[in-house]
Design a protein around this ligand. Structure first.
Ligand SMILES: Cc1cc2nc3c(=O)[nH]c(=O)nc-3n(C[C@H](O)[C@H](O)[C@H](O)COP(=O)(O)OP(=O)(O)OC[C@H]3O[C@@H](n4cnc5c(N)ncnc54)[C@H](O)[C@@H]3O)c2cc1C
Length: 391
């Protein structure tokens, strides 16, 4: 049996797991990174990836520290300086502008494949990181205080810390018997890339509709990436429409704020649920990112929260005082730092979802008044913006 000793085995090289591998690799730690699927590649001539993320300032700073931000910018990323949010059921609206908080932008819209390929380029450069890809974790056992991680190739890796960054259906979570509390929202997030008549004006547009929010996020060359949260059956029907009819319904749903849709690429839909692992850690095990929690995408915070998990866990592991990376006491410090914030974020998103999903006249009046009041109080707006930017 081949048993190299790793400081940590990270399962999953999505954005969150690869971020942690880049940070720990940069610090010279011996890391195994296991990923089931081939790393997405980037080609400047290619169409936009269907999956994009609104990356906030805090995540940008983490990418800078990990040495990947310049790689991301050299590929494809679009800064947005304004956000406009409005309600279908009334006259309420709120506008956010980067200048109100003295910033150059509110964040960047970046294709997931651009972020992942940049992270993997960085990780592969780190001599202390060994990447196993494509490879799956299939079993876990323990010898004294070490974990033995078995891959589908039969290869076994020895470590004192296994990190589950393997997404919402985490195998690591299952292997160590951590439960997850999940609320299925009965919605799907329909994603597509479109070009519109009037362009996006470097603005992220979000309209709250009774079935769920519609976001139009600005990309390069005047394209926008849409995330349209809808009841699952309506999403399936919209997927089956012709391009022309879909574009018509999308332009109507966005009240023609960026005009008619003139081009559209592929469409896909992802089920939406909110979840929280009952615990983020066990002795010698930690969960990060979607393996630990998922939230509604309406404020584009899911991956930003996951990146923060990776940064906080890395800070604890790399602090001088921590010698044993599998120590439950140290891992609990990570859980205490992150579980509460992630839970609050999930509940706030659910609150927005319910509030804007209500069709009762009284609720509609109250939320529209609320939006307009917030829009007229600069201090409140600044606080919301700073929080969304992760500052
Ligand atoms: C429609 C939609 C829009 C969204 N928009 C935004 C947004 O704008 N901003 C934002 O912050 N968030 C957004 N999110 C949320 C965001 O996409 C997720 O929070 C984020 O992708 C989670 O990253 P992750 O690395 O934790 O997990 P994942 O991206 O799920 O990565 C997990 C990785 O683990 C691998 N894996 C799984 N099992 C194994 C195994 N057994 N062995 C080895 N590897 C394994 C998988 O192949 C995968 O690569 C959105 C989500 C949806 C559904």
């Amino acid at each position: 049996m081949k048993q190299p000793v790793f400081d940590a085995v990270i399962v999953g090289a999505g954005i969150v797991g690869a971020t942690l591998a880049a940070i720990l690799g940069k610090a010279g730690k011996r890391i195994a990174l296991i990923e089931a699927n081939a790393t997405p590649s980037f080609d400047a001539e290619s169409e936009f990836d269907l999956r994009v993320s609104a990356i906030n300032r805090a995540s940008q700073e983490s990418f800078e520290a990990a040495g990947v931000w310049s790689k991301i910018l050299s590929k494809r990323a679009h800064a947005y300086d304004s956000m406009h949010v409005w309600d279908e059921g009334g006259s309420g609206e709120i506008n956010f502008s980067a200048s109100e908080v003295g910033a150059a932008n509110l964040g960047h819209i970046i294709e997931n494949s651009v972020i992942q390929s940049s992270l993997m380029e960085q990780v592969i450069k780190e001599q202390s990181v060994e990447v196993f890809c494509p490879s799956r974790v299939v079993a876990l056992s323990e010898v004294e205080r070490s974990k033995i991680v078995t891959l589908d190739s039969g290869e076994q890796l020895q470590t004192c810390l296994m990190i589950g960054a393997d997404g919402p259906s985490s195998v690591v979570r299952e292997l160590v018997g951590i439960d997850v509390e999940r609320e299925d929202y009965g919605q799907k997030g329909l994603v597509a890339t479109v070009k519109s008549e009037h362009g996006h004006k470097d603005t992220a547009w979000q309209r709250f509709l009774p079935g769920g929010p519609l976001a139009l996020l600005p990309l390069n060359n005047g394209f926008s990436s849409i995330v349209w949260s809808l009841p699952a059956d309506r999403a399936s029907r919209l997927l089956r429409l012709t391009d022309q009819e879909f574009c018509r319904q999308l332009a109507e749903a966005s009240e023609y704020r960026i005009g008619a849709m003139t081009e559209i690429g592929k469409r896909a839909a992802f089920p939406l649920s909110g979840s929280q692992a009952t615990s983020y850690v066990r002795p010698g095990v930690a969960l990060i990112g979607d393996a630990a929690h998922t939230i509604h995408p309406l404020a584009g915070q899911g991956v930003n929260l996951g990146i923060k998990d990776a940064v906080v866990l890395a800070d604890i592991l790399l602090s001088q005082s921590v010698r044993d990376w599998g120590s439950y006491k140290q891992l609990r410090r990570y859980e205490r730092a992150r579980k509460g914030e992630n839970f609050v974020a999930m509940k706030v998103m659910e609150g927005f979802k319910h509030l804007f999903g209500h069709d009762v006249e009284f609720v509609k009046i109250a939320r529209n008044t609320g939006l307009n009041v917030f829009n007229s109080v600069p201090q409140v707006k600044q606080q919301i913006m700073r929080s969304a930017m992760g500052l």
